[in-house]
Write a protein that binds this ligand. Structure first.
Ligand SMILES: Cc1cc2nc3c(=O)[nH]c(=O)nc-3n(C[C@H](O)[C@H](O)[C@H](O)COP(=O)(O)OP(=O)(O)OC[C@H]3O[C@@H](n4cnc5c(N)ncnc54)[C@H](O)[C@@H]3O)c2cc1C
Length: 308
């Protein structure tokens, strides 16, 4: 069994940022990120909203720069997957699915999230070619194009408003007539002339060969199908925090599976911290994950140094 001061679970922006701060505080840091460390950003070609880059930066490029920075500072990046925490008191025992075991004084969980998708035929093939789960990330590439937003909560409504600023036509598709979005945002959407609503409708199929050309909608009441030509489909039906493996553990989760943290990214267990999308109810962005990762790194390093 290997011993370390700090084990970070997840090597996305939150994990890397936490590792940078912790290792620079003199804390021996291991970071487990799975066979392809890097997290969700590996799925995107161009980021235009991560501060510090004049031109768009590739997700792979950004994550490999973060990993190189971590390694230069002395962080060891492990390819271990499905790392689990045992025990409720520091030092914690951690086991990976390959059987490796670690003992760590502190743990930061930076396990991320994954978008909830529709599961409609054509969706998987056209992800990154018109199908997106992040209007903030990809919307800008759809300037002057007609797009569809799917969902009925605040994210969907805010995505529709955001896209309506540079897309001539935005169609909001929702499976019911009632919305979960707040009244003010709903009113704004209703008053935006280039946002149209298709209610009681679900996306039955995504059409297109190389890129999205249309969405086939089905009215859930009449079963009538409509083909709606569009260039992009933004799926805003929520995200799933990667925390299923913590269910039944002592780490407290919210109803939606997010890890509960305080302003210092502390969980309810002394010595276990969490950061990034697995704690974030709303602003799932790389820079936000890096921000909470930095806080977790600083807080975990203080914990380790205090308990030496
Ligand atoms: C297609 C797409 C495009 C995006 N574009 C942008 C953009 O343009 N700008 C922007 O700011 N944001 C963008 N985002 C959002 C951004 O990627 C996330 O907000 C950010 O990656 C969250 O970072 P994180 O470190 O919290 O989690 P993640 O990036 O999800 O990383 C978590 C890592 O932890 C690993 N992990 C989980 N559990 C375990 C375990 N038990 N053991 C070991 N490893 C584990 C996961 O495999 C994953 O590699 C995009 C997201 C997607 C999906």
């Amino acid at each position: 069994m290997r011993e370390t001061d700090l084990m970070i679970i997840g090597a996305g922006p939150a994990g890397c940022s936490a590792a940078i701060y912790a290792v620079r505080s003199g804390v021996k840091t291991l970071m487990a990120g799975g066979a392809m460390p890097g997290g969700q950003l590996l799925q995107t070609n161009d980021l235009e909203n991560y501060a510090g880059f004049e031109n768009p930066v590739g997700g792979f490029e950004l994550m490999s720069a973060m990993h190189k920075q971590c390694k230069r500072l002395g962080v060891e990046i492990l390819t271990d997957e499905n790392v689990k925490i045992e025990g409720e008191q520091s030092p914690f025992l951690l086991t990976a699915s390959n059987g490796e075991q670690y003992k760590a004084a502190a743990v930061i969980i930076a396990a991320g999230a994954s978008a909830r998708w529709l599961g409609a035929p054509g969706e998987e093939k056209l992800k990154g070619h018109g199908v997106s789960a992040c209007a903030t990330c990809d919307g800008f590439f759809f300037r002057g194009k007609e797009v569809v937003v799917v969902g009925g909560g605040n994210t969907a409504f805010e995505d529709a408003l955001f896209l309506s600023q540079f897309c001539p036509k935005v169609t909001l598709v929702h499976r019911r007539e009632g919305f979960r979005a707040d009244a003010v945002t709903i009113e704004k959407v209703k008053n935006t002339p280039n946002i149209f609503m298709m209610l009681n409708c679900v996306v039955e199929e995504v059409l297109g060969e190389e890129k999205v050309t249309a969405a086939v909608l089905r009215n859930v009441q009449t079963q009538e199908k409509t083909t709606l030509p569009c260039d992009g489909i933004f799926v805003a039906v929520g995200a799933v925090p990667q925390t299923a493996w913590l269910k039944g553990s002592a780490v407290e989760l919210t109803e939606s599976g997010l890890i509960k943290v305080d302003t210092h990214q502390r969980t309810n267990i002394d010595g276990i911290f969490a950061a990034g999308d697995c704690t974030e109810p709303e602003f799932r962005q790389a820079i936000v994950a890096a921000d909470s990762g930095a806080k977790a790194g600083i807080a975990a390093a203080s914990f380790v140094n205090l308990h030496r």
